[in-house]
Design a binder for this molecule. Structure first.
Ligand code: HEM
Length: 176
């Protein structure tokens, strides 16, 4: 989008951008070309750069809303599963909401967002629950179903599965 030739035009003053109302440099002869120049606020520029580079898993997945949709689909599957339900038995509604929010924050921050994760680390969180290999296999099955239902692309699916597997050693405590 940026045309280097435009940078050589002599600076002739300032004009108020129609959209942002901010002062922008004006260049002689640039009157016609000017509307085509991208005029970003710092926030817009950052968002645009993330989108263009599509570097982090977070941005490739679709950001906060997409990760929220993943957590919203996955957690009820786990909590309603006949074998896994025991981990959430008799837990208060607010505690469940808190866990859901922490899961979203955790996934966002691990996927490359600047979101701050306020929860505990995975080993400390799950220590003492006696999650075993069988539970883990069921969990991975539900995760796969969520990824497939939300039509996450294959490359990102693989990255997420790899990421989840990397946490297994911190979460699984006992053999099945
Ligand atoms: C079989 C697999 C799993 C089971 C049964 C399970 C179960 C639970 C339960 C019952 C809690 C609530 C703990 C509490 O409030 O004290 C919890 C919290 C949490 N889990 Fe898991 N979990 C599993 C796997 C995972 C995985 C793979 C992740 C990460 C991708 C994860 C992320 C979290 C987070 C972020 C919290 C909240 C941490 C906090 O309260 O500070 N869990 N999990």
């Amino acid at each position: 989008m940026l045309d280097s030739a435009r940078w050589r035009m002599p600076f002739t003053g300032w004009y108020a951008c129609d959209r942002t109302r901010k002062l922008r440099p004006d260049y002689a002869g640039a009157t016609i070309a000017r509307p085509a120049l991208p005029i970003w606020t710092a926030h817009e520029l950052r968002a645009h750069t993330m989108h263009t580079q599509e570097s982090s898993l977070y941005s490739r997945l679709g950001g906060y809303d997409a990760i929220t949709a993943l957590a919203d689909d996955l957690l009820p599957r786990l909590q309603l599963d006949p074998l896994l339900a025991r981990f959430w038995a008799h837990r208060g509604a607010d505690g469940l909401k808190r866990e859901q929010q922490l899961l979203i924050e955790f996934l966002c921050s691990c996927a490359g967002a600047s979101t701050y994760y306020r929860g505990r680390d995975m080993a400390l969180t799950h220590r003492g629950m006696r999650i075993d290999e069988g539970d883990w296999a069921i969990f991975m099955g539900h995760a796969a179903a969520t990824l497939s239902k939300l039509q996450v692309h294959e490359v990102e699916q693989r990255e997420i599965v790899q990421f989840l597997q990397s946490l297994k050693g911190e979460i699984v405590e006992t053999p099945a």
